[in-house]
Design a protein. Structure first.
Length: 284
């Protein structure tokens, strides 16, 4: 039995589908995978100066791709070679927004073929966890579903023996997160604290860039034209004026808005706009 079929019957955890993303997020062909350490090491000399230095450089960057490169270089010495950054609505997990998906080709392939694309124990864990946690923490959690343990076992077989998840609580049921994976079996507390701080800095900066720069994958499944129509609804335009701005018929403009509302599972246009602003899809 294949790994995919072995877990396809589990459906209590939902993760966003993977789509083709901008070449800016792909690893250049000439870059070799990071060499991950396989044994515990002493904590690196990281502290306030390193955090300030990271933040200063981060604030000078104007694209998500550049931010991803900076963060990737910062976490590589600690044994992590892949990560993602985004936000989920725990009440409706189809409302997912990912600003960065800096995954290696191997991790993307594993995530899809193993079934984690549809069943992610990390998303489930965010329902009860608000502090940073590792995959080892999840393994020790007796309440974790059977599938969660199986998913981590499959990841370990593919070479990712440890992960670190940094939850970033937002208002209501929304939860930001930066999720890292690698092959470091023993993360020193000082190292973890440093990574968590720079992860929060990263998440906040790229979230502010995303409405203008774009997203790693369609936010909440919205198309570009649906997002444009959302922005126009947000500034109070009716369908006729939206149509004029977009160069389409009034009926087509109306359909763009209605499709966006359905994708977001919003009951009204007001709720749709509120959700889009809250999730960082548009700014007004």
């Amino acid at each position: 039995m294949s790994q995919r079929s072995a877990i396809a019957d589990e459906h209590d955890i939902i993760s966003p589908k993977i789509t083709s993303h901008s070449p800016a997020f792909d690893h250049p062909a000439h870059v070799r995978p990071y060499r991950l350490r396989r044994s515990p090491q002493k904590p690196r000399d990281t502290g306030t100066r390193d955090i300030v230095r990271f933040n200063t450089e981060l604030r000078s960057l104007t694209t998500a791709a550049a931010c991803a490169d900076l963060f990737r270089s910062a976490i590589a010495p600690f044994g992590f070679d892949t990560f993602s950054c985004g936000e989920v609505d725990l009440r409706d997990r189809n409302r997912c927004v990912f600003t960065i998906i800096a995954w290696s080709d191997r991790w993307q392939d594993f995530y899809i073929k193993s079934g984690l694309i549809h069943h992610d124990p990390i998303i489930k864990a965010l329902e009860t966890r608000r502090e940073p946690f590792t995959w080892s923490d999840l393994r020790r959690d007796r309440a974790m579903a059977r599938f969660g343990t199986r998913a981590l076992d499959l990841a370990a077989k593919e070479g990712w023996t440890e992960g670190l998840v940094v939850p970033i609580p937002q208002s209501g049921n929304r939860m930001g997160l930066v999720s890292l994976a690698g092959n470091n079996s023993a993360i020193a507390k000082a190292d973890m604290d440093y990574i968590c701080v720079i992860a929060v800095l990263l998440a906040g900066h790229v979230r502010a860039l995303a409405p203008a720069q774009g997203f790693a994958q369609p936010p909440m499944g919205l198309t570009e034209r649906e997002i444009v129509s959302l922005r126009l609804v947000a500034i109070g335009l009716p369908d006729a004026q939206i149509a004029a701005r977009m160069g389409v018929s009034t009926s087509t403009a109306h359909e763009f808005v209605e499709k966006a509302k359905r994708r977001m599972n919003a009951k009204s246009r007001a709720e749709m706009v509120a959700l889009a602003v809250a999730m960082g899809v548009i700014d007004i």
